[in-house]
Design a protein around this ligand. Structure first.
Ligand SMILES: C[S@@+](CC[C@H](N)C(=O)[O-])C[C@H]1O[C@@H](n2cnc3c(N)ncnc32)[C@H](O)[C@@H]1O
Length: 823
């Protein structure tokens, strides 16, 4: 199996004890040992072998070669796209343009941008932008720093994705419809998964899409990175699963015929050597070698093969890498097309993204040994290197390449539109694959299907793929690990577990679930669970609410949090929980938190699932004007008397407790032109929002609050209206301050060193974002507790405030935060 499991961009400085190693050609690589980390100025953005190899391939015309190399040596511009659901993203775009982009466009020279910010013309609805500045430049320019901070804050709320331009391409070419079943085979950290989810929700309607997204990654930790990414998009239609994509298990559809699910759309964004990301990862110049691609080729083939097996007839699969190397690109595609014998075709995507510039896929290419010997065909490879340069890495004949239409693949070259490098092939499955003949009359019996797949996976049929496997001592283990075909082969241990109840209790340890992963079970609420009667009564929940789509997760069966999933996801989980390692799914909808003020129901609504479920909860809703929303969000527990008469009237007929507070644009108040749904608490005399800091600022921005006012609000936030920094955030803040001090003292290496450290911190931060979010939720819960105490206080001071309420004007004269008066 390949040594590198993901893109080279992920590999950082080497760890202690890792002192470089011999590759299969016996040469020692150039990675510096620990303690000799190279700083950016020492990195030479050149590589003789890189130049030799890619010059020989011919996909960069001779006259463009220096532009190609020059652009690879420059830093990548900042790109971002507005995510999510249409109306809100349009509103946010208006704000970004008014407050930042327009002025940058008119005075870009003064702002020191190399080019004015520009809209990526091939990205739909003008929602993706590129600013030709490095992150460092943004941080060092006060005016641009504000934009940078804005982008960070809105990324946290899920309304912006700071994503490389080329990485936005594959999801756009998938042509996803709301009813599609979508599989993302190598999904972490999930930037493309986010786009897949958005496409599924493209209708922006209150009805949830029928389809779903299954986001898979073999790396358990990276799966948790994805949890945060996906949560920001607030979808009940996505599940995160943790499998080796080469043996990705089939899921049952849950119908009487025991059919398997075949996906309408599949993304194979495979692990790759990643030389298309050299602009972002300059240290990869030093490490570059053709061997990286050779090492990954067989893994890439197997992932693509499994993807095609799981694809429905008529379905579309995208194969993509961020590598220029034909061994990882065209060679993988051509090998699979040949194996599929015409049942799979490359789709011509010309014109699907108008304005996108690319170079067409190659019909022929060359392989190269580590020391620069070029091999045009397999016969050129000396015997001692035949374990590395495998038959499937070489091009087919010109006739076969033309019949396959390899020119329909697209290779993005960095100098064409100032981007990173990328490769995409769009395939359509026309009919059943030759080695997976359909079982009689469309019915599929699980055991028969499993057998069928096993039988068809004969040594002969996979000979070409087997040959792709480099045979070295190191890799024997991993070769054993990846069976090429069929359902995952269970270990004896796993089979033992499967034949026993789903839980295995280990002495003195927390019970572990079967399949060796530690997730709590995913349990759905019973139809007649008494808990639901209390929720339904308190919130006057509509009878049409699909209560069976509420899920809880606890080994003991305690129901503290109810998560909401779509009906398709419920079915998927219920039917496949013994076959599939589900890591995460569902939106936090209701959280148990008793209050002395609310006897009837212990559950409170949370923001996460609000957009999916609010229309089923008509009983506890308060419509607000824009001004009301600003009041609601910009002070801590404002008295009800501070809101409009309409809000006061609505509150009169609403008992204390959790409630939904919302804005909808009307003729008299058309701005902002999108709905705002918030949740909070109706106290005896005041209202309180339950929302985290970035989301609060986002909605205030949508309601027209200026940045300076938001900054002031933040500065005056003595009483914790905006949650205090979590420990992790505080640590990050300290790190930043330390760096700033060092910068000022000038006792450090160079700006580039600091820049590199910043990037690393950012990466670390991203990896910990999931924990950060949990922290924020805890903060919210703490706030909720405080709220109960506060409400008790309110009860005591109720009489006093009633008097104030009788005279609305005098309420204004009470300080903004009623509690301080109470204290
Ligand atoms: C290029 S990255 C994917 C980037 C991702 N699609 C995105 O847009 O954020 C490749 C991913 O493949 C995962 N991976 C590597 N080997 C795998 C395997 N055998 N099965 C599934 N995922 C694998 C890595 O953990 C890594 O997260």
């Amino acid at each position: 199996m390949a040594r590198t499991k993901q893109c080279a961009r992920k590999s950082g400085p080497r760890r202690s004890g890792d002192r470089g190693h011999r590759d299969r050609e016996g040469a020692r690589d150039k990675n510096p040992p620990q303690g000799e980390r190279l700083n950016y100025p020492e990195i030479v953005k050149e590589n003789e072998m890189f130049i030799k190899y890619y010059k020989s391939q011919g996909f960069v015309p001779e006259g463009e070669w220096s532009q190609f190399i020059n652009s690879l040596q420059e830093t990548l511009p900042v790109t971002f796209r507005l995510t999510g659901y249409k109306n809100e993203s349009k509103e946010l775009l208006k704000i970004i343009k008014n407050q930042y982009l327009d002025s940058l466009m008119s005075s870009h020279e003064e702002a020191e941008t190399r080019e004015p910010p520009k809209c990526l013309e091939w990205y739909p609805h003008g929602l993706a932008w590129q600013i030709d500045l490095s992150r460092k430049e943004i941080r060092n320019n006060e005016r641009l720093r504000q934009l940078h901070n804005f982008l960070i804050a809105e990324t946290e709320t899920g309304n912006i994705s700071r994503q490389e331009a080329v990485s936005m391409i594959p999801p756009l070419l998938m042509d996803i419809k709301p009813h599609h079943k979508v599989l993302d085979m190598c999904a972490a950290p999930g930037s493309k998964t986010g786009q897949l989810i958005e496409s599924l929700h493209q209708n922006d309607s209150k009805d949830l899409p029928e389809g779903f997204v299954v986001a898979n990654d073999s790396d358990n930790k990276r799966c948790y990175l994805m949890v945060h990414q996906v949560k920001r998009l607030q979808t009940p239609n996505c599940v995160i699963v943790n499998h080796d994509a080469t043996v990705m298990p089939k899921m049952l559809a849950g119908n009487d015929d025991q059919e398997f699910i075949f996906y309408d759309r599949i993304l194979c964004d495979v692990p790759c050597s990643g030389d298309g990301t050299l602009r972002k990862n300059p240290d990869a110049w030093m490490r570059w070698s053709t061997i990286q691609g050779c090492n990954l080729h067989s893994l890439q083939l197997k992932i693509l093969k499994r993807g095609l097996e799981l694809l429905a007839d008529g379905g579309r699969l995208i194969y993509s890498t961020c590598s220029f190397n034909p061994v990882e690109d065209e060679a993988v595609v051509a090998t699979m097309l040949a194996k599929c014998e015409g049942t799979v075709e490359l789709i011509d995507v010309e014109g699907q993204l108008p304005g996108l510039k690319y170079s067409a896929g190659r019909h022929s290419w060359k392989c190269m040994s580590k020391d620069g010997n070029i091999f045009e065909k397999l016969e050129d490879v000396p015997d001692n290197l035949k374990g590395i340069h495998r038959p499937t890495m070489f091009p087919p004949s010109e006739k076969e390449a033309s019949e396959m239409h390899l020119e329909r693949c697209i290779r993005i070259l960095p100098h064409l539109q100032n981007t990173g490098g990328f490769f995409v092939a769009v395939m359509e499955k026309k009919s059943c694959l030759p080695w997976c003949k359909p079982v009689e009359s469309g019915k599929t019996d699980v055991s028969t299907e499993d057998k069928n797949l096993e039988q068809s996976t004969t040594a002969n049929e996979n000979k070409d793929l087997d040959e792709a496997m480099p045979v070295t001592a190191n890799e024997n283990e991993s070769t054993k690990e990846i069976e090429i075909d069929s359902e995952p082969k269970e270990s004896t241990e796993t089979t033992k577990k499967r034949n026993h109840p789903t839980m295995e209790v280990r002495p003195n340890k927390r019970p572990r679930l079967a399949w060796g992963y530690k997730e709590d079970p995913f349990l759905f609420l019973d139809k007649d669970d008494p808990l639901w009667a209390s929720v339904k009564g308190f919130y006057s929940v509509d009878d049409t609410f699909p209560q069976e789509q509420l899920m809880y997760r606890c080994e003991t069966g305690a129901k503290r949090t109810l998560y909401f999933v779509s009906s398709s996801v419920r079915n998927l989980v219920e039917t496949n929980k013994d076959r599939v390692k589900f890591i995460n799914l569902g939106l936090k909808a209701l959280v148990r938190k008793a209050s002395p003020l609310v006897e009837k129901c212990d559950f409170r609504l949370t923001l996460e699932a609000l957009s999916a479920i609010h229309h089923y909860f008509p009983g506890r809703k308060v419509q607000m004007s824009k001004e009301d929303i600003i009041t609601f969000l910009s002070s801590d527990s404002p008295f009800i008397s501070r809101f409009s008469n309409s809000v006061q009237d609505q509150c009169r007929s609403l008992d204390a407790g959790s409630a939904i507070f919302y804005f909808i644009p009307t003729e008299s108040e058309p701005e902002p032109a999108c709905e705002i749904m918030l949740c909070g608490w109706r106290g005896m005399t005041s209202l309180r929002s339950f929302i985290n800091k970035p989301a609060r600022e986002h909605y205030l921005r949508l309601c027209g609050m200026e940045n300076s006012a938001i900054a002031e609000l933040r500065a005056n936030d003595e009483d914790g209206l905006i949650p205090k920094l979590s420990k992790r955030q505080a640590r990050k803040q300290r790190r930043k301050e330390r760096k700033q001090e060092r910068r000022e003292k000038g006792d450090t290496g160079t700006e580039e060193v600091l820049e590199e450290e910043d990037e690393k911190d950012e990466q670390l931060e991203k990896e910990n974002e999931h924990d950060g979010l949990e922290q924020e939720l805890i903060d919210n819960d703490v706030k909720t507790d405080n709220d109960v105490t506060k409400v008790e206080k309110e009860l005591n001071s109720e009489e006093k405030v009633k008097n104030i309420e009788k005279e609305p004007n005098s309420a204004e004269s009470v300080s903004e935060k009623g509690e301080s008066e109470e204290g």
